[in-house]
Design a protein around this ligand. Structure first.
Ligand SMILES: CC(C)(COP(=O)(O)OP(=O)(O)OC[C@H]1O[C@@H](n2cnc3c(N)ncnc32)[C@H](O)[C@@H]1OP(=O)(O)O)[C@@H](O)C(=O)NCCC(=O)NCCS
Length: 166
């Protein structure tokens, strides 16, 4: 049966103990065009490693998509950075950065959209002002973000920095 909308997956809260899942997801995101990095490499690059190490920071949170066997097949998370250690999509200290990843073989069925929509709902319920993210030129993920309302953060930011005001 075709799994439209990734609907056989269940969304649940990302746990404090799931740093390893975030490392795997960050590796998948960094390798979106094909193999570029190993896990060992991204652990050694602070500008990449800070997306998953010491999870969670004070106000960070996320959601996991689990298949019927309880296997994590996708994750979305919000991470706060500060100007001394900014993420690639950093806009402001009060605006967390969104990262999302869906396992190969599960992509293109709506799961990423569901995960992002889920975290936006939570962000709105917590009255967050906005969410930013960074997407590299040529990554088809950009169309998912734009469909959900993300727009370029503005003239002072890199072209790949997108912002959604909530
Ligand atoms: C980007 C990603 C999270 C989207 O999740 P998804 O479940 O595949 O997305 P959805 O099914 O909800 O939406 C489909 C859209 O995703 C885009 N997409 C991005 N990468 C895709 C992939 N590998 N396979 C299928 N669709 C992909 C498609 O272009 C499609 O947009 P379109 O309908 O305008 O063509 C997921 O594809 C992924 O993890 N990709 C690899 C890592 C990555 O690029 N992460 C984002 C870094 S900024």
């Amino acid at each position: 049966m075709r799994n439209f909308g990734g609907e056989t997956s269940t969304l649940r809260v990302l746990r404090f103990s799931e740093e390893e899942l975030l490392a795997r997801a960050t590796l998948g995101n960094m390798n979106w065009p094909g193999p570029r990095f190993t896990l060992e490499q991204i652990e050694q690059i602070p500008a990449i490693a800070h997306y998953f190490t010491r999870w969670p920071g004070k106000d960070d949170f996320g959601l996991v998509a689990e298949d019927p066997d309880g296997k994590a097949v996708g994750v979305v998370w919000l991470r706060y950075f500060d100007p001394t250690d900014p993420g690639y999509g950093f806009v402001a200290e009060s605006i967390p950065e969104l990262c999302v990843w869906v396992a190969e073989g599960q992509r293109g069925r709506g799961l990423g959209t569901r995960l992002i929509a889920g975290i936006l709902e939570q962000a709105r319920s917590q009255a967050l002002p906005a969410i930013s993210l960074s997407v590299e030129a040529g990554n088809p993920a950009r169309s998912v973000y734009e469909r959900l309302g993300f727009v370029p953060a503005g003239p002072y930011f890199d072209e790949g920095t997108l912002l959604l005001r909530l």
